[in-house]
Write a protein that binds this ligand. Structure first.
Ligand code: S3P
Length: 447
């Protein structure tokens, strides 16, 4: 276990005794102050490599997220013969074209990345070679049936080697046919796997969702010149066109920005500006929920870059109230739910998170880890089948937290540790490198 907050105790502890709600505080009131620029969006970074790899000509990516997950994607495509060069956050990909990927020598290692595993499986289903995809311990527990099933309907031949519906996956390159598919779970990874397989099918493929999941694949496919048409919750890909290499700039990741939003909202005295954050409406659920909870937040300098809206987000410490989060907003904030649980401990009244059973099959069982950890810190939180119920306001205490190497659990408890009265320890704090290698440094800059 490593103590996570002893380094900022000296900055943030015990200046004022009561906050404006009259709560006794055992931590500081200096607050988080200043500006922070979060790294590039993880979902868009993954897709920039995959689409760049199967396009014709060069793709140049600015603002690429250099994190362990995205590097897993880079390495998989390098292993399939794609020339990819990384210089900091700039990436150049010499596209191999739709039919130019080569059979890799060994297993494609997707590390901890569900996005790489699932979306790439769609892309590999229609190749003219066989390949095995595998990842770390967490990946080998995550459900892959959700991509195997629709891809099988398209004519793919994919075997879960251990017969448990999880990786390792043996993918036998096959001739694919177009399908019309209603997705049983809202998942951008599944949707994207089907759409990319659709590029290789002999007719058009239509995917229909029950609630809108992130639409980066659709937007980016259009940017690369593919024939993709969206209509409400349905998306159609018409194969036959080559993808053309392009130049794109990745916006800051709202899922990373969320930790600073949450931190500023709960540490008294805070005022933080998070620069250049992607606020795509399929991703902005966190902003909508925080505003609903009474957050003092402003979106400044709104503009579009490469088809994605970006803004600077100004957040101040706020008196929050509980809310109910469920239904169609869930996919728009799925990765932010652990952080919302932390913030809800500092909101008056009850917060209910429902329709979020997907949390259980992320990098860890996030319902269990958040409830166990926050309870250990003194919060009033109860797990449910599809979410959790949190009664605020609670004073948070020191505790030892099991993070199961889940980056979002580690960052959420780091935010909680900012207002804890004693040391909070995490099992593997450096797992933040999965999506945000500089997280602790950026947080410290605000102190
Ligand atoms: C992602 C989709 C979401 C999200 C994940 C990234 C993507 O997963 O949780 O972090 O890039 O498509 P699901 O598709 O499983 O909802």
């Amino acid at each position: 276990m490593k103590k996570i907050n002893d380094q900022w105790f000296s900055v943030n502890r015990s200046l004022g005794e009561y906050d404006k709600r009259g709560m006794k505080m055992s931590y500081g009131t200096k607050g988080l102050k200043g500006e922070v620029t979060v790294p590039g969006d993880k979902s868009i970074s993954h897709r920039s490599i995959m689409l760049g790899a199967i396009a014709e000509g060069e793709t140049v990516v600015h603002g690429f997220l250099e994190s362990a997950d995205c590097i897993s994607t880079v390495n998989c495509f390098k292993a399939m013969g794609v020339d990819i060069s990384l210089k900091g956050t700039e990436v150049r990909i010499q596209g191999a074209g739709l039919y130019g990927l080569k059979k890799p020598e060994g297993v494609l290692d997707t590390g901890n990345s569900g996005t790489t595993t699932r979306i790439m499986t769609g892309l590999l289903a229609g190749q003219d070679f066989d390949v095995t995809v595998n990842g770390d311990e967490s990946i080998r527990k995550r459900p892959m049936g959700r991509v195997i099933d629709p891809l099988t309907l398209m004519g793919a031949h994919i075997e879960s080697e251990n017969g448990n519906g999880c990786a390792p996956l043996r993918i036998y390159g096959s001739k694919l046919k177009g399908i019309s598919y209603v997705m049983p779970v809202a998942s951008a990874q599944v949707k994207s796997a089907i759409l990319l397989a659709g590029l290789y099918a002999d007719g058009e493929t239509v995917v229909m969702e029950k609630a809108a999941s992130r639409n980066h694949t659709e937007l980016m496919l259009k940017g690369f010149g593919a024939d993709v048409r969206t209509d409400g919750l349905s998306c159609r890909v018409i194969p036959g066109r080559m993808l053309k290499g392009t130049e794109l700039t990745v916006p800051g990741d709202i899922s990373s920005a969320a930790y600073f939003m949450g931190a500023a909202l709960i540490v008294p005295g805070s005022e933080v500006v998070i620069k250049n954050v992607g606020i795509n409406p399929t991703r902005d659920g966190i902003i909508r929920v925080f505003k609903e909870m009474g957050a003092d937040m402003e979106l400044l300098n709104r503009h579009f870059e490469a088809g994605e809206e970006v803004a600077d987000i100004k957040v101040r410490y706020s008196e929050l109230k509980g809310t109910t989060i469920g239904g169609s907003i869930i996919p728009a904030l799925i990765d932010e739910l652990p952080l919302i649980a932390v913030v809800a401990t500092q909101a008056a009244g009850t917060t209910v998170i429902k329709d979020a059973a997907e949390m259980k099959v992320k990098e860890s069982d996030r319902i269990k880890l958040m409830c166990d950890g926050l309870k250990a810190m003194g919060a009033d939180i109860t797990p449910t089948e599809d979410g959790m119920i949190i009664n605020g306001l609670s004073s948070l205490h020191g505790a030892e937290i099991e993070d199961e190497k889940d980056h979002r659990i580690a960052m959420s408890f780091t935010v909680a540790s900012l207002i804890a009265d004693k040391a909070v320890s995490l099992k593997t704090p450096n797992c933040v490198k999965i999506s945000y290698p500089g997280f602790y440094e950026d947080l410290k800059k605000l102190m």
